[in-house]
Design a binder for this molecule. Sequence first.
Ligand code: COA
Length: 179
Amino acid sequence: MNSTTVYTSGVIVMIETERLLLREFTPDDANAFLTLCSDPVITRYTGGPAMATLDDARKGLLERPIADYRKHGYGRWACVLKATGQVIGFTGLKFLDELGEVDLGYRFLPDYWGQGLATEASRPCIDFGFHRLKLGRILGLVDLDNGASVRVLVKLGFAFVEMIEYFHGQVAKYEIVRT
Ligand SMILES: CC(C)(COP(=O)(O)OP(=O)(O)OC[C@H]1O[C@@H](n2cnc3c(N)ncnc32)[C@H](O)[C@@H]1OP(=O)(O)O)[C@@H](O)C(=O)NCCC(=O)NCCS
């Protein structure tokens, strides 16, 4: 059964899965974005700029995902739990200027870990990359100590390529190739 629906209206992308709605972030999502970027349990393996206030989060939204939508037409998308309407994470593709390639990223609130949500949210993002953006491959960059993230990549069909130097140190480069 295909439980994913993709709606596009101009550059706005909305994807519906069984339990989630994926949509573009807006500055009104600052509260959720702040938690996702400042809770040390969530950011243990992710790096990224320090964020302490709602103003930091609004600025972060404007400079990162919202800037990416404007520049590329896609970026990390907010994941809304359909049952409650709450933003519980993000997932999606991002163009990495440093590598000239696109990677998949995801982050969820710990209360929602271990329910298959990152995998569910990421599958349609990969389809979007291959079928709408016509990408040849999508990367996944991960700290090998981040077992849950590695497992998500493997469940999605990514394969290990090599270790690379990236910002804070060595990360594993995984890839999935369009077939
Ligand atoms: C990575 C993350 C998004 C996974 O979200 P999730 O919704 O729990 O992912 P899923 O439920 O789809 O899959 C998680 C898988 O990892 C497994 N897992 C969990 N912890 C693990 C660990 N320490 N080592 C190995 N596997 C682990 C789970 O059992 C599950 O696999 P299974 O379905 O075969 O049982 C979530 O842990 C998170 O937000 N982490 C913080 C942010 C982050 O690190 N993002 C990735 C940066 S590269």
